[in-house]
Each structure stands twice: as structure tokens, then as C-alpha cells.
Design a protein around this ligand. Structure first.
Ligand code: FES
Length: 198
């Protein structure tokens, strides 16, 4: 993985690895800082670099803002892999946010493993605003690795088992149930209350 993984991504463990489906397209959530990686990702797009389209970006002010719960929630809501990326060491616009993030995620990988989530599903990297090509590499390598791991659905099963069948929030916590329940349409209607408000 060349210089992409400043925090080396461990090899897949067998506990959560499933047989690879050639038709499987991983869903990757990327938490990136506004100042470096987001701009680098934008540069990759405007430079028309070839990269997988499996990544959905969530922009945050700084990697220091990324909470562990964000990552767990991403897996719970259907992500098969997660990328965390921000400014290089010494380049953080808030001085030390990326150092906090690096320290936190070293521990978090251990925690993921403890929870039964393969840490190979989590990528941590530094990508600056001028490194569009590096962002494309991070994306392509992460997608290839997660594709080889197969879909992640262990957490969905755990979440479903912990909830009662009539849980009113089930649709928001279980993506499959969400689709089936039609809650998507209901929430779309909810977003436009002004039509009947008067
Ligand atoms: Fe980019 Fe802190 S501003 S990591």
C-alpha cells in the first residue's frame, strides 16, 4: 500500500471475513477534514483521476472532531468500510487535531477487533489538498481490500437481536428494515411539512 497507510491497516482476520461475491460493491464512508483531504478529494475529481465510486464523503472541520461513535454508526447503518483522513502531521489547521485522531484510532482499531469488526475495514491516512492522486489511491486500495473481505453485516445482526420486534426506531437503525418499511417515503414527506402546514 505504498505510503498510503501511515497507520498500517492490519490484514483481514477470519472472524468477520466472508466469501467474496464478485458482484459485491462495497459501501465506504469517508470522514475527512475540511482543509486538506476534502480539498484533495475535490482535486482528484476535477483532475478526472480514475477512482472507485463507492465512497461517500462526510466532511468535518478536523479529524480531531471524529468521534468513535461516528465510525460505529457508519458500520451499523450499512457501511462495509470506513476511511478517516486529514491533514499531514504538523499541518492541522487546529494545530494538533490530527495527532489526537492518530492516537485515538490506534486504540480504536483494537476496540474494533474486540467488538468483532475486522480492523482491516478501517483505513486511516493523511491526504493534503494537493494530493489528489494519493486520495485516488486510498480510495481504490480501500475499496479493493473491503471487496475482498465481503459485505459487513455482523453488526446489523447484533443490532437486530438487541431490539424488540415492535421497536419504533427499528427503521432508523436497520437499513434493510428501513427500506422495507417505506420509512424513506414517510421521512421524505416529513421533510416538506409546509405544504399542508397552513
Ligand atoms: Fe485537517 Fe485538523 S484541520 S486534520
Amino acid at each position: 500500500m505504498s505510503d498510503v497507510a501511515e497507520q498500517p491497516t492490519p490484514a483481514a482476520t477470519s472472524a468477520t471475513t466472508q466469501p467474496a461475491d464478485p458482484a459485491f460493491e462495497p459501501r465506504i464512508t469517508a470522514f475527512v477534514c475540511n482543509w486538506c483531504t476534502y480539498t484533495g478529494a475535490d482535486l482528484a475529481g476535477t483532475s478526472r483521476l480514475h477512482m472507485a465510486s463507492n465512497v461517500r464523503i462526510i466532511r468535518l472541520p478536523c479529524t480531531g472532531r471524529i468521534d468513535h461513535v461516528f465510525i460505529v454508526k457508519a458500520f451499523e447503518r450499512g457501511a462495509d468500510g470506513v476511511i478517516v483522513s486529514g491533514c499531514h502531521p504538523a499541518d492541522c489547521h487546529y494545530t494538533a487535531g490530527n495527532y489526537h485522531a492518530r492516537r485515538r484510532f490506534g486504540v480504536f482499531r483494537e476496540l474494533l477487533s474486540f467488538m468483532g469488526v475486522d480492523p482491516a475495514r478501517l483505513t486511516f491516512s493523511w491526504v493534503s489538498a494537493s494530493e489528489g492522486a494519493k486520495w485516488a489511491d486510498v480510495v481504490n486500495e480501500t475499496v479493493a481490500r473491503v471487496r475482498s473481505l465481503g459485505p459487513f453485516d455482523a453488526y446489523h445482526g447484533l443490532a437486530g437481536a438487541a431490539m424488540p420486534a415492535d421497536d419504533p426506531f427499528a427503521a432508523y437503525d436497520r437499513p434493510a428494515a428501513y427500506e422495507k418499511s417505506g420509512a424513506n417515503e414517510k421521512s421524505a414527506a416529513y421533510e416538506k411539512p409546509t405544504e399542508d402546514a397552513s
